[in-house]
Ligand binder design. Structure first.
Ligand code: ADP
Ligand code: MG
Length: 703
């Protein structure tokens, strides 16, 4: 490919998208397939057979030798098992390239090692992958050659979901059904389908690969477990939206090219707050596709970095004291004929449909704040939420001036008569155009913010899948819609009922609205007064999945069975304990084999200096002071190391489950901090030549 190209020419060239299907499938088959994609009609095996043939021919033309069912087990990353297209050689010794409808729609990976939380005993380890025709197949090119990737759901022999996609698809059906029900009651007779959309803004760090490889903590855990702050951090805000450096620009260029070919609409890119931190956002898409695309974004960011001598860190908190990374999940619900249910229009106070939707969302988020928080829980995210850089662990909703004013009118008088309008933004410079300000400013500290025609859920971690947050959003809003519909359907006077429901929901759930500074201590106190949950760690958030109200919600819409929820709870406790265990063991390894020995060498060098100075009858007081300080801190480190070894070993002996997770959070993490403190203090005083690994400064300022 030439250095310059037209994006339109390459966009989606590796995707088996609608255009390709139209071209390559017989008209009747194309129509039948669309009935499945659009209306959820069961797929005819005959249709699958023809589609498989066309897909295979297309993929082989793109150079594909293998195909894989591409799925999203509960490990959080995608999984695949490659099969080549070749058939057994015939009598003539030649092979054919084959791919049947059966192979397209169903796979049976030997998947006994994926977490199932007890849903699937190892002796009946069968897990099935099933083609999700609502997310397009694609050909991926990399060192392994070209592979046809088929997005699939992953279920157990008995149909229980073992992945993130299955519940998401179920939740999409729920919100579709309930939204249509609501729209009909509001007089809409035209819309046929309602789909939730998501646009995730992906943050990440880029570091030099050679330096990365010198840090075991980054290799094994994705974050630094030791590290003193460099003299300059992010205090100048000079990186935020700063000019993108050449090396990073070249990297982003290759990332974009790769993503565009895969049909991922990478749209915006910029530097983020922390040095070496960047962001990539695609144009929003149907949540199912958005989830898959976000996985491709994360994979591509990593792969391209490696090719260019860089490493992409997706961890939520790679460097203590430096801003971490998140993933803002922009969410809206839109009808097939283009009505965005979250769009207030110019005069929200007159928009009954919007007000009812808004009131339902407020109710949903207030009722299930704990679940929403849980959907963003992962081990790395515990370092961010509530740490003055990301939203607090408390869920609240930011509405902005305009909507808050409308809501206040409704609550106090039962009706709203005006909407604040945006004003002209006068720049004061004649040659610059004046333009209309949005009626609503931004609030970066809110975890759940209304931003014009969508809600932005800002708690999600950078390395996490967005499947769970969107599953929860779809589910809780579907429930609120369903309950509103139940009332309206019963009512003699529907208009009156709608009017009353809006006022009722807003009044009952106004405690969830908060427009102030979410990072402040005052808010923590205020939120407690309001009775809002403040779940500060993943371990505290996990039980939200199996409360009575959560079980009622998810089973009502067939999104999760109780057994599926319980299995996920088990998996999460395990995942938590395992992650902290790996971190602790990595610290033990680094401290025991690299850091403490280096500090001992340094103290020895200082001792030699003291002796030499003394022998020469020179003033050795400074050297002696340095020696005493280094020796004392090294001794502290050694004691803390012994303690960490002891508590980690005890943790590994415990039975898996909540108690073990709590132990890792309260005991092991505390011991990790105890070890980190003297080592970081040592890094500040030990001669750089003796320090066995790149510092924070080396990592984040010298890419
Ligand atoms: P911000 O000002 O928050 O950066 P952007 O306009 O850049 O907002 O959008 C951020 C993300 O939100 C993008 O991925 C964008 O495609 C997505 N987005 C925009 N409108 C919607 C919508 N109606 N529903 C869902 N996502 C949306
Ligand atoms: Mg944003």
């Amino acid at each position: 490919m030439s250095e310059y190209y037209n994006v339109a020419d390459i966009f989606g060239e590796d995707v088996f998208n609608d255009t390709v299907m139209k071209e390559r499938l017989p008209k009747k088959i194309y129509k039948e397939l669309h009935k499945t994609i659009d209306e959820g009609k069961e797929l005819d095996p005959m249709v699958a057979e023809v589609v498989a043939g066309a897909m295979k021919d297309w993929a082989i033309e793109k150079g594909a030798t293998h195909y894989t069912h591409w799925f999203q087990p509960l490990t959080g990353v995608t999984a695949e098992k490659h099969d080549s297209f070749i058939s057994a050689p015939g009598a003539d010794g030649k092979i054919l390239m084959e791919f049947s409808g059966k192979e397209l729609i169903k796979g049976e990976p030997d998947a006994s090692s994926f977490p199932s939380g007890g849903l699937r005993a190892t002796f009946e380890a069968r897990g099935y992958t099933a083609w999700d025709c609502t997310s397009p197949a694609f050909v991926r090119h990399d060192a392994a050659g070209a592979i046809l990737c088929i997005p699939t759901a992953f279920c157990s022999y008995t149909g229980e979901a073992l992945d993130k996609k299955t519940p998401l698809l179920r939740s999409m059906e729920a919100i579709n059904t309930q939204s249509l029900r609501l729209l009909r009651l509001l007089g809409n007779t035209t819309s046929k389908k309602v789909t939730p959309s998501a646009g995730p803004e992906q943050e990440y760090f880029i570091v030099n690969r050679e330096k990365y490889l010198q840090r075991k903590d980054l290799i094994y855990t994705g974050r630094t477990l030791f590290g003193a702050m460099p003299p300059k951090g992010q205090e100048l805000d000079d990186h935020y939206f700063g000019t993108i450096r050449e090396r990073i620009a070249a990297y982003m260029r290759e990332v974009n090219t790769e993503l565009w070919k895969l049909g991922v609409s990478a749209k915006t890119q910029h530097n983020e707050v922390a040095p070496a931190q960047h962001e990539l956002a695609p144009i929003y898409a149907e949540v199912n596709v958005a989830v898959d695309n976000n996985q491709l974004v994360m994979e591509t960011l990593k792969k391209v970095a490696e090719r260019q001598g860089l490493t992409c860190l997706l961890h939520e908190k790679p460097f203590a004291g430096v801003n971490g990374s998140g993933k803002h999940n922009n969410w809206s619900i839109v009808t097939d004929d283009g009505i965005n249910l979250i769009d207030p229009g110019k005069t929200p106070h007159e928009n009954i449909q919007f007000l009812l939707v808004l009131a339902c969302i407020l109710k949903a988020v207030d009722t299930h704040a704990d679940l929403l928080r849980e959907s963003a829980a992962d081990v790395g995210n515990d370092h961010r939420l509530g740490a003055n850089e990301a939203p607090p662990a408390i869920i609240s909703i930011f509405l902005g001036d305009q909507l808050e004013d409308v809501v206040e009118q409704l609550i106090s008088t039962g009706s709203a008569t005006s909407s604040k309008q945006g004003e002209v933004l006068a720049t004061g410079v004649k040659t610059l155009p004046d333009f209309m300000k949005d009626a609503t400013d931004r609030n970066r500290t809110s975890p759940f913010a209304f931003t014009g025609n969508k809600f932005e859920f800002r708690m999600v971690g950078s390395s996490d899948s967005i499947a769970e947050p969107n599953t929860v959003l779809n589910a809780i809003v579907a429930e609120a819609f369903a309950e509103a519909c139940d009332e309206i359907e019963k009512a003699a006077d529907k208009d009156d009922c709608i009017h009353n429901l809006i006022k009722k929901y807003l009044t009952e759930h106004q405690r969830i609205i908060f427009n102030g500074n979410g990072y402040s201590e005052d808010w923590v106190v205020e939120a407690e007064k309001r009775g809002l949950p403040n779940l500060t760690s993943m371990v505290d958030a996990i039980p939200s999945l199996v409360t009575d109200k959560a079980v009622t919600l998810f089973t009502k819409f067939g999104i999760f069975t109780k057994a599926e929820l319980e299995s996920r709870v088990e998996i999460q406790y395990e995942a938590y304990a395992k992650a902290i265990n790996i971190e602790a063991r990595t610290m033990i390894d680094m401290a025991g084999k690299q850091l403490v020995p280096s500090c001992v060498k340094y103290t020895k060098a200082l001792a030699d200096t003291v002796i030499a100075l003394k022998t020469a009858d020179a003033d050795y007081s400074v050297a002696k002071e340095m020696l005493d300080e280094a020796a004392a801190l090294t001794a502290d480190a050694k004691v803390a190391l012994a303690k960490l070894i002891e508590v980690t070993a005890a943790g590994a002996e415990m039975e898996e489950g909540r108690e073990q997770a709590v132990y890792y959070r309260d005991v092991v993490k505390a011991a990790m901090n105890e070890l980190r403190a003297p080592i970081d203090a040592l890094e500040m005083i030990v001669d750089k030549e003796f320090w066995p690994m790149p510092s924070y400064g080396d990592l984040i300022f010298e890419v």
